[in-house]
Design a binder for this molecule. Structure first.
Ligand code: ZN
Length: 305
């Protein structure tokens, strides 16, 4: 008995600090963006935002898993001191929606775009084939509470088929999901990514009156995040178009990118950039040409460029 108790105490001593560290390190930083508005960075790399709307909280994204979701909920309680009424998930990728179940269990309504609903349902409950418990919208959604106005927009497929952004127009804060990032390169390799749509959407977001951008990954940004991401996406789209026109083999993408006329600094050529160009080339090749080819004759098969 005594021995057993000592064993238990040792086990608790061993477990307790580890459990505490694991729990707190799921959220690596919490930052106040403006009055009543916060963002957190998580150990898996994705960000979560939240803000007060009247006497309730609206959260944007949930982290990658239930443990992260729970850790974020604790931070929300510590900062906003109010329950979460809505969780808006910017798109159906696991690192943004994986923690949604924890929010739902805490009483939050999960909101997403209708294109994201099937994927998000799978992320929340992998065995489920239903979309039950999700509130999905098609174009825009407005929330009001106290003095705060919230505008949620779907502008078309971009980083994924169902990206939404959340705008607080009075505070000029935009939660951009993975559509605009302040640091790091945009990820253009999701199978439902739309490179042309993404470029157009960033052009439209650039017209918004925004001071701060809370991105889906990395540091808090300014409106420059939108312009920078636009420049990155446009450059990759333009380069991919050239490579498609030249019929460059996928194995030769890197070699072609290293030629000076392409205009990419060799120092930034990374497996991720090459992957992005490859994915955009595939998307462009899969899309029918916007105008019929003016050439009367077919190009000979096996033509190289
Ligand atoms: Zn994503």
């Amino acid at each position: 008995m005594r021995h057993g108790m000592r064993g238990l105490v040792s086990a608790l001593l061993l477990l307790f600090p580890i459990a505490t560290v694991a729990q707190t390190s799921k959220v690596t930083s919490v930052q106040k963006v403006a009055e009543g508005i916060w963002m957190a960075q998580t150990s898996q790399g994705s960000n979560v935002g939240w803000f007060l709307v009247g006497d309730e909280v609206v959260a944007v994204d949930a982290g990658s898993d239930a443990e992260t979701g729970k850790a974020v909920l604790e931070k929300i309680q510590e900062t906003a001191h109010k329950p979460v009424r809505y969780l808006i998930v910017t798109h159906a990728h696991g690192d943004h929606g994986g923690g949604a179940g924890a929010f739902a269990a805490a009483g939050a309504e999960v909101v997403c775009h209708e294109n994201s609903a099937p994927g998000l349902a799978q992320i929340i409950a992998p065995s489920s084939r239903t979309k039950s418990g999700l509130m999905a919208f098609s174009e825009r959604l407005a929330l009001f509470g106290g003095a705060r106005r919230v505008a949620v927009y779907f502008l078309g497929p971009a980083h994924s088929a169902g990206d939404i952004v959340v705008l607080l127009p009075e505070e000029k804060v935009l939660f951009s999901g993975d559509v605009a990032l302040a640091t790091g390169a945009p990820y253009m390799q999701s199978p439902d990514m739309d490179p042309e749509g993404w470029e157009k959407i960033l052009g439209r977001l650039g017209q918004l009156d925004v001071d701060k951008v809370v991105p889906g990954h990395g540091a808090l940004g300014t409106r420059k995040a939108i312009a920078d991401t636009f420049a990155s996406v446009k450059k990759i789209n333009d380069v991919a178009r050239i490579l498609v026109q030249e019929n460059v083999n996928e194995n030769l993408i890197e070699a072609r990118l290293r030629q000076p006329d392409i205009g990419i600094d060799a120092a930034v050529i990374s497996p991720e950039l090459i992957g992005n160009v490859r994915a955009v080339m595939r998307a462009q090749r899969a899309k029918p040409a916007p105008t019929p080819s003016p050439k009367p004759q077919k190009a000979p098969a096996g033509k190289k460029g």
